[in-house]
Design a protein around this ligand. Structure first.
Ligand code: CAA
Length: 258
């Protein structure tokens, strides 16, 4: 499918999805959200793809939900159509790892979209924020819940109540992003990380994603049991035999997703 608001490239085993509404700093309008859900669904179903990278432009990952479009909506529209739910559910359904490569602004829905990914690599130019309060609303794609789990209550309250922006260093210190890299090297570094993930057994990347995400959904005791059982079940795979044999034979493993 040809997209109007995205550029999608498959490079080896990595699907690179670039948000592409430069005139609106990649603001998330209905068309972009629908295309993004479609592109991520397609990447998930494409056997060649083993990792997904989501990025924006140098200036903006995404400056939030499209304010022009939202300004025309009323309660009946947003509640009646469950605004943002179908697309975010599709993104969450993806079993393949999704890395957010963030340069410039990741604000409001843009910050929330980055947090919907599995982890965030930030350029040193990145700015994160939840400024919805300045528009007379609050975050609506999970910001109050996810940002709080990433950075804790105090900083999350600060960000949501003041609408201030957090730079890349603060985001790394606070645990929102996993690494900060120079802006010029962002895509090179992120693609190298994605390539590394693509070399792993797909069974184990799915297992990691399910287990880490489970830690947000359940008690520690249940989460530990879930992890232990998934760990046990991986002993039924050829890739466990191969991974351990390769270590003992001092060679690189050849995983076959079996
Ligand atoms: N929606 C629609 N258009 C947007 C936009 C948005 N979220 N953010 C930027 N744009 C547009 C601007 O209107 C402008 O368009 P024109 O050239 O046609 O006027 C263009 O992008 C460039 O923006 P600026 O001229 O404002 O660029 P700047 O460099 O001066 O400022 C900025 C950059 C600080 C990011 C500023 O654009 C800004 O504050 N944007 C809005 C950020 C925001 O409030 N995001 C939250 C949205 S609400 C939300 O996301 C709800 C939710 O949780 C689901």
């Amino acid at each position: 499918m040809a997209y109007k608001t995205l550029i999608v490239e498959i490079e080896e085993h990595v699907a690179l999805i670039r948000l592409n509404r430069p005139d609106a700093l990649n603001a998330l309008n209905a068309e972009l959200m629908s295309e993004l859900a479609d592109a991520i669904g397609q990447a998930d179903r494409n056997d060649k793809v083993r990792c997904v990278v989501l990025t924006g432009s140098e200036k903006a990952f995404a400056a939030g939900a499209d304010i022009k479009e939202m300004s025309q909506k009323g309660f009946v529209d947003v509640f009646g159509k469950d605004f943002f739910t179908p697309e975010t559910e599709e993104i969450l359904r993806c079993r393949k790892p999704i890395i957010a490569a963030v340069s410039g602004y990741a604000l409001g829905g843009g910050c929330e979209l980055a947090m919907l990914c599995d982890f965030i690599i930030a350029a040193d130019t990145a700015k994160f924020g939840q400024p919805e309060i300045n528009l007379g609303v609050i975050a609506g794609i999970g910001g109050t819940q996810r940002l709080t789990r990433f950075v804790g209550k105090s900083k999350s309250m600060d960000m949501h109540l003041t609408g201030r922006f957090m730079d890349a260093d603060e985001a790394e210190r606070a645990g929102l992003v996993s690494r900060v890299v120079p802006a010029k090297k962002l895509m090179e570094e992120v693609m190298a990380i994605a390539d590394k993930i693509a070399e792993k057994s797909r069974l184990t990347t799915i297992a990691v994603k399910e287990c880490v995400n489970r830690s947000y959904e359940t008690t520690l005791r249940e989460g530990l049991l879930f992890e232990r059982r998934v760990f046990h079940s991986l002993f039924a795979t050829d890739d466990q035999k191969e991974g351990m044999a390769a270590f003992l034979e001092k060679r690189e493993p050849q995983f076959r997703d079996k």
